[in-house]
Design a protein around this ligand. Sequence first.
Ligand SMILES: Cc1cc2nc3c(=O)[nH]c(=O)nc-3n(C[C@H](O)[C@H](O)[C@H](O)COP(=O)(O)O)c2cc1C
Length: 201
Amino acid sequence: MKEMLIAEDVAAHRRPDRDVLPLFLNRWSPRSFTEESVDPAALEACFEAARWAPSSSNEQPWRFLYARTEEDRRLFASCLVEFNQLWAGKAPVLVAVCARTRFAESGEPNRHSAFDTGAAWVLLALEATRRGLYAHAMAGFDEARAREILRIPADHDILCFVALGHAGRPEALPERMRKSETPRGRRPAAEFVTEGAFPKG
Ligand SMILES: Cc1cc2nc3c(=O)[nH]c(=O)nc-3n(C[C@H](O)[C@H](O)[C@H](O)COP(=O)(O)O)c2cc1C
C-alpha cells in the first residue's frame, strides 16, 4: 500500500515534533460533511478496525449503533444538542458509541470499559481517515433521550456520538462554525509526559 503523506491542508496547521504516522495527523474532526453516502464496505472496515482494539481481559465492551437511512439518521440526530444537530444532521452516517459497564461473565463492574471503547473509537476514526473519510466525535447529546430512543440497556454507558462521512467545504457550514473548520494543533508532549512520578508542586 502507498505510504500516506501529511495532507497539504493538514500540514499548514499540524507539525509533529517527531516522526509519526501521517495518518495520526490527517485524522481531524471537520463539521462540514457532504451528502455523499459512505460505501457500506468502508463502513464495515471502520468497525472491523475498532474490533481489533485492545481491552481489559479482552472483554471488548464496546457497542456501536449506527444510522444511515434517512429515518435512522433523523432519530439519532434528534439525540444531539442543537449545536451538533446543525452540522452533524448532514453527515451520511451517525454512530452511537456505547460501552458495557459490567463483565459479561461475572457481572462485576468493568472499570476500564470507557478506556477500551475509547481505543476502539480511535481505531475506527483512523481506518476512516485511511479511506478518505472523516469521523467527528460528539459528547454533546441528550443522554436520557438517547437511552430511551435507541433502547440502550442500563448496563451500557452511552459515551459519544460520531458523525462519519466525506468532508465538505467550510462555506457549507453556518457562518459561526466556519472559522474553526481547520485541523487543530496540540500542546507539546513535554506538557503531559513526565519521567517518573507526577511533578511536585
Ligand atoms: C469525547 C469527545 C467529545 C467531543 N464532543 C464534541 C461535540 O459535542 N461537538 C463538536 O463539535 N466537537 C466535539 N468533539 C471534537 C473535538 O472538539 C476535537 O476532537 C478536538 O478539538 C480536537 O480536534 P481534532 O479532532 O480535529 O484533532 C469531541 C471530541 C471528543 C474526542
